[in-house]
Design a binder for this molecule. Structure first.
Ligand SMILES: [Zn+2]
Length: 78
């Protein structure tokens, strides 16, 4: 029976395709897991990743504001 490394995949924000979790076979970093997109070395890929990060930051800020508002209203009730 062949033992497979469980591959985890999701679509890369750059739209080139799936980002795959791979296992490195280079002697120095053997067994190290890393994410690889078909366009990992492409500038457009980096740009898309940065945009996605900005998007996530905005969501975090929104959640933080919601949390703050909630905390404020609870303290008003007490
Ligand atoms: Zn990509």
């Amino acid at each position: 029976m062949v033992k497979m490394v469980p591959y985890e995949a999701f679509a890369c924000p750059c739209g080139a395709g799936d980002v795959l979790l791979r296992e490195s076979y280079k002697p120095k970093i053997r067994g190290k897991l890393y994410y690889a997109c078909p366009r990992s070395k492409d500038l457009q890929h980096l740009h898309a990743i940065l945009q996605e990060l900005q998007h996530l930051k905005a969501i975090l800020r929104e959640l933080q504001e919601m949390h703050n508002a909630q905390t404020a209203s609870t303290s008003l009730i007490r």
